[in-house]
Design a protein around this ligand. Structure first.
Ligand code: SF4
Ligand code: SF4
Ligand code: SF4
Length: 332
């Protein structure tokens, strides 16, 4: 058995036994999901077109995202408390205007770097992975993958344990404390809020509209459409400009294709340098992932997370069931 197939075997064995099927039970597909992949959508972000909305205080895609999602932003309770085992909580509610990083109040932002003398602006948000570890490893099944291949958080079920962020190679989901189910179930013992991230404007795409950021971009730098088509366009354009594609193979494949005139390894290096000097240590980079690794769950860390999460998931599943039963009996 090769290393990778041995890892896959162990992973599946753990999956079969873990937490009575609470975790690693496969991607949480919303009812009606197609297995054919023919209805999958995606986006193509062309870094040869994006100029970061130079001259504007806030890029148009960021403004559009904020105003489109404003009604879904968290409104936390006034006296947020610490919860075990953390000694602090994450509160972004007094920094709602931040636009240069991901927060529960800002689901996309633009990174600017200089590579080989070229200025490169890179819009960032959830990549919408094909086999999303955030979905697979959420102990509460609060992360879902839609039939169209997008991923989203269910804020009514999310406990804000942030496992989705831990297992996301880009650390995308952002946590806000003082909101969500944990306040009702175990405010001092579990969770820590609700996670927030881009859902590719799922309500809009279900309505045959493009995501708000796509529509708002004055340069046409973000395209939305059928994933199969976008992948084709991405490779054709990359060939034409002697450039690079990111997002097709990383983390086992995603629904977001970046095209760049400079290598992503170089962009990543510059972003890592920026992290050392700028107050956003969590800023996502463009890590290279060996193709044979494929997905976070196939890595040693992914396996460790899965094993560690099993008892936690079981305990909380029991807790949630008890909560629902009590609620049913009016013993809230
Ligand atoms: S993607 Fe478009 S709207 Fe966003 S920063 Fe780039 S040019 Fe501006
Ligand atoms: S980019 Fe991160 S948050 Fe988005 S689907 Fe992939 S693993 Fe999940
Ligand atoms: S797709 Fe929608 S939610 Fe995602 S970054 Fe664009 S506007 Fe925001």
């Amino acid at each position: 058995m090769s290393n990778i197939s041995r890892r896959s075997f162990i992973k599946r064995t753990v999956a079969a036994g873990a937490a009575s099927g609470v975790i690693l039970s496969g991607v949480n597909k919303i009812a009606g999901a197609s297995e054919t992949g023919s209805n999958k959508v995606g986006t193509l972000i062309d870094l040869t077109k994006c100029d970061g909305c130079k001259g504007q205080k806030v890029p148009a895609c960021v403004t559009a995202c904020k105003s489109k999602n404003e009604s879904r932003f968290p409104e936390p309770v006034e006296n947020i408390q610490n919860y075990w085992p953390q000694k602090k909580y994450e509160n972004w509610s007094d920094k709602r205007d931040l636009t240069k990083r991901l927060t529960p109040y800002n689901w996309t932002f633009v990174q600017n770097v200089k590579v080989d003398g070229k200025e490169v602006s890179v819009p960032r948000r959830c990549m919408h992975c094909d086999n999303p570890p955030c979905v697979n490893l959420c102990p509460f099944s609060a992360m879902e993958q839609t039939p169209e291949g997008t991923t989203q958080v269910n804020p009514n079920v999310c406990f804000g344990g942030a496992k989705c962020r831990d297992v996301c190679p880009w650390g995308i989901p952002a946590r806000q404390a003082g909101v969500g189910l944990y306040l009702k179930v175990a405010p001092k013992l579990a969770g820590g809020g609700v996670m927030y991230k881009c859902d590719l404007c799922y309500d809009r795409i279900k309505n045959n509209q493009s995501p708000a950021c796509v529509e708002a971009c004055p340069k046409g730098a973000i395209s939305y459409g059928e994933k199969v088509e976008l992948r084709k366009v991405a490779y054709e354009k990359a060939k034409d400009i002697n450039g690079y594609v990111y997002g097709d193979k990383e983390n086992g494949g995603t629904s977001t294709f970046y095209i760049s005139p400079v290598p992503f390894e170089k962009i990543h290096k510059e972003l890592e340098k920026q992290k050392a000097t700028q107050p956003n240590p969590e800023a996502p980079g463009f890590p290279t992932m060996p193709v044979e690794v494929g997905n976070f769950l196939d890595t040693a860390n992914g396996m460790a997370s899965a094993v560690l999460l099993a008892p936690v998931a079981t305990a909380f599943a029991a807790g949630i069931t008890a909560y629902k039963t009590m609620k049913g009996k009016g013993e809230e």
